[in-house]
Design a protein around this ligand. Structure first.
Ligand code: NAD
Length: 539
């Protein structure tokens, strides 16, 4: 047995996943060619399997199947769609052991962080099964000249939705944009990242078992630069999660094709510790904010601003809590932090830390790769005295590296937090939640969590999630997460025939009548605002 084969057998034996199960998952992909892409386990840097390297014609067939399935799916009774999504949520929980194994196998993340994904998908299913249809129920709106005319809005699925997902949270980020598209009656073609296709394929398997009709959820595996553009050219909407750089390409192509797109992109997220924060709690929160999934989390904090009155005490607690983290690649619950995804990511993290060091930053803890633990493991790292021009200060590291800076007051903390092209997530720590909310209102980010790292924002599935600035366009979750996948149709009716000069009425009279009507309409908002003021005053 070659070393590679032995290593593959060992890493698979550490999970409950067999080579034949992975091969069966890969077989789900309909591809003409024989080219494949190797999938490697970051824990040992071993090839564990391969999936088809799809090309444009494979994408075309997948979209054709999705298109053929979509109209009858859209006509399927809402209760049935709801039941399928709810059943799928159950299946995800029932098959959690396999899903956790596959997730760990292809991402190298620790099991505790893999758990977040499984739980998240189950909760997202419950939300959309329960509340999803509220976003596309027919609505009455004010007509042009009530009651002579009426207006109502109906919603239709856009058709075939394309989804492109990244490798860092392959379960959550494949499903969180797919479920609302499905519940709204669209079919979906998903392109998972080439490093993490098995998780998506396992989900397709479970969706099929939950009763989703053939063709409603298709997967094309392959390279981003080939499959991505081929998909965007054929679908009616594209939902993209990944880097800002790729997001710009996706937006350009979607713009040319005049299809809608949502872009969930990178971040350089700030965490603020105010002077009245509980220091131990804030330190614990900062550890979660910075090192979850080894920092490979779009919502992870990479910049910490601490009130100078508590700076030293906070840093001591934060460093101590970080040193307590265990780094490992086991397929159990022993390790706190797992591996980075691959050598490129490791090189990026090392480059950011080395550049920071060369520019005079102090490494308070961490700062080294740990080949003794795993080929791509890197220590949770806290920097201070980071130069503003340092790469780690300007670019997203997307790894277990954070810098801490002392600030004289809240205004400076907010100013520093907002000094970024990104605006995805922020975290504020304070002894006074209302003060935290007031600070949150000043921060230019799509989500701000007070006294929490990111979970309370992400897991509020009923509330929109997305980014300001370079962090993206559009919102996922909540009704907003469904509305993006719908075409609205306004149906207006007239009780009095055409809204035009009535027969026999001189045009000048008609014009006078219209001006008078316009005046009346101008006053109507005034009536509405009086009512609002009375209501606000408690009447
Ligand atoms: P990436 O942009 O390189 O890849 C993401 C996906 O896009 C992959 O499936 C990839 O195959 C595909 N892709 C690559 N080139 C493409 C092209 N030309 N056209 C269409 N698709 C293409 O991202 P990455 O570096 O692998 O992922 C990490 C980044 O994703 C980080 O910046 C992170 O912050 C961001 N991210 C954002 C969120 C969010 O919700 N905002 C979530 C997770 C990750």
């Amino acid at each position: 047995m070659s070393l590679e084969t032995e290593s593959r057998a060992n890493v698979l034996a550490a999970t409950g996943i067999s080579a034949s199960r992975l091969a069966a998952l890969a077989d789900r992909v309909d591809a003409d060619g024989s080219e494949t892409i190797e999938v490697r386990a970051p824990a040992t840097d071993t090839a564990v399997g391969a999936v088809p390297d799809c090309d444009g014609s494979d994408v075309e067939r997948a979209v054709d199947r999705a298109r053929a399935a979509q109209s009858s799916w859209a006509e399927t009774a809402m209760d049935e769609r709801r039941e399928i999504v709810a059943r799928f949520g159950d299946l995800v929980l029932n098959h959690r052991a396999e899903l956790l194994d596959i997730l760990q196998l292809e991402t190298g993340k620790s099991r505790r962080h893999a758990v977040e994904e499984v739980v998240d998908v189950a909760l997202t299913c419950s939300y959309y099964a329960d509340r999803g249809d509220a976003a596309f129920r027919e609505e009455r709106r004010r007509g042009a000249i009530p009651p002579a005319t009426t207006a109502r809005v109906t919603y239709e699925p856009v058709g075939v939705v394309g989804a492109i997902s990244p490798w860092n949270y392959p379960l959550t980020l494949s499903l969180t944009d797919v479920l609302p598209a499905l519940i709204a009656g669209n079919s979906v073609v998903l392109k998972p990242d080439e490093k993490t296709p098995y998780t998506a394929l396992a989900l397709a398997d479970l969706l099929e078992r939950a009763g989703l009709p053939d063709g409603c959820f298709e997967i094309v595996t392959g390279r981003g630069a080939t499959v991505g553009p081929a998909l965007i050219d054929r679908v009616d909407y594209i939902s993209f999660t990944g880097s800002t750089e790729t997001g710009r390409l996706v937006a350009e192509q979607a713009g040319r094709n005049l299809i809608g797109c949502s872009l969930e992109l990178g971040g350089k997220n700030p965490l603020l510790v105010l002077d009245d924060a509980d220091i131990e709690e804030a330190a614990r929160g900062a550890v979660q904010a910075c090192f979850s999934n080894a920092g490979q989390l779009c919502l992870a904090a990479e910049r910490v601003y601490v009130a100078d009155s508590i700076h030293d005490e906070f840093v001591e607690a934060f460093v101590a809590a970080t040193r307590d983290l265990t780094l490992g690649t086991g397929f159990d619950y022993e390790d706190d932090v797992g591996s980075l995804i691959d050598g490129d990511q490791l090189e990026r993290v090392e480059r950011h830390v080395e550049d920071a060091r060369e520019r005079g930053a102090t490494v308070l803890t961490g700062g080294e790769r740990r080949p003794d633990v795993g080929p791509f493991c890197y220590e949770p790292t806290i920097l201070t005295d980071l130069e503003p021009e340092a790469t780690a200060a300007c670019e997203e590291t997307f790894g277990p590296v954070v810098s801490v800076e002392s600030v004289p007051n809240v205004a400076t903390a907010i100013e520093r937090a907002n000094d970024s092209e990104y605006g995805l997530n922020a975290s504020v720590w304070t002894g006074d939640r209302e003060r935290g909310v007031a600070v949150a209102r000043e921060i230019d980010c799509g989500t701000v969590c007070v006294n929490d790292a990111y979970v309370s924002g992400w897991a509020a599935v009923d509330a929109p999630m997305g980014g300001f600035g370079d962090s993206g366009l559009g919102r996922r979750h909540g009704p907003e997460g469904i509305k993006r996948y719908l075409e609205s149709r306004t149906i207006a009716t007239s009780r009095t025939g055409p809204l035009d000069v009535p027969p026999g009425v001189p045009t000048a009279w008609y014009a006078r009548g219209m001006f008078a009507l316009a005046r009346l309409q101008q006053r109507l908002p005034t009536v509405a605002s009086v009512t609002r003021r009375l209501r606000d005053a408690g009447f």
